[in-house]
Each structure stands twice: as structure tokens, then as C-alpha cells.
Write a protein of this length. Structure first.
Length: 154
């Protein structure tokens, strides 16, 4: 699983010109599910997103999470995050989970965020979407589930 988080002052997602999800301050989470991801992977990454301290406290330090600041998360599925560009000029998406497996896992990710007390808006799985955001910072973080358990290099 790979999640690209962008701290935003606002974000919206539209399908066929209709707004289907919209938030104020918080995070835009572009979510890619890989073949082999499961509920435990989703839960681990969702907990990381909720607790990640990437919002400034009163002293300007990154000490607050999206939950701490009362922010929301806009979840948008994006299988293209699970691309392989090592060979040739056309990305390969064979490592991405099939839609029938990925869709319930993306839904679970959103549910886990909500159960943590964070308001969630969502895009439409599998739809052509237009995502609009105002990146706050800009501040962007990539979470790769494969790297969460690796020891940190000193």
C-alpha cells in the first residue's frame, strides 16, 4: 500500500462535474492498494495517517496530528501509485491489486480513519476524478506500507 498525503487548506474531488467529496483543512490521501495488501496493512497505515504529526503547534513545531487539529481527510483511490517504471517508458501496473480486492480495502481505510474520530470525505472508486487542492506548505509525505516495519537508518 502506498499513500501520498498532502496537507491541505482545502480539497475537493469531482466526478462528471459534480462534487462528490470536499474538505477544509486537513489531508488529501491518495491511496494505492498493492497486490497482497490485507486488512492488517490497511489498519496499520490508517493508524499512521491519523497519528502522523505534520501540523504545527503554537510554537511552529510539527507536533500535531490531523486528529489533534480537528482536520479532515479526503480519501481518493489511485491505483497508479502502484506503478513500476523501471523498464521501458510505459508504467506497469501489474503490482496493483485488482479492483474487486482494492475497493473494499480503500473503503476500510476510510472507515478506520472515521473510527479514529477524523471526518472523512471520499472520491468514487474506479471513476475518472478531478481532484482540486490547495497544498498547505506545501507539505507532502509518502507512506509505503513495506517501509513501516523497516528499522530506521541512523
Amino acid at each position: 500500500m502506498r499513500v501520498v498525503l498532502q496537507r491541505v487548506s482545502r480539497a475537493a474531488v469531482r466526478v462528471d462535474g459534480e462534487t462528490v467529496g470536499e474538505i477544509g483543512p486537513g489531508l488529501l490521501a491518495l491511496v494505492g492498494v498493492a497486490d497482497g495488501d490485507d486488512a492488517a496493512t490497511i489498519d496499520r497505515v490508517a493508524a499512521k495517517v491519523v497519528g502522523l504529526r505534520i501540523f504545527s503547534d503554537s510554537e511552529g513545531r510539527f507536533n500535531e496530528s490531523v486528529a489533534d487539529v480537528g482536520g479532515a481527510v479526503l480519501v481518493v483511490s489511485q491505483f497508479t501509485l502502484i506503478s513500476d517504471v523501471r523498464k521501458g517508458r510505459r508504467p506497469s501496473f501489474t503490482a496493483a491489486a485488482r479492483p474487486e480486492l482494492a475497493e473494499p480495502l480503500v473503503a476500510r481505510f476510510a472507515q478506520q480513519l472515521e473510527q479514529s474520530g477524523v471526518p472523512v470525505a471520499q472520491g468514487v472508486f474506479g471513476a475518472m476524478m478531478q481532484v482540486e487542492l490547495v497544498n498547505d506548505g506545501p507539505f507532502t509525505v509518502v507512506i509505503d506500507s513495506d517501509e513501516l516495519d523497516r528499522p530506521r537508518r541512523s
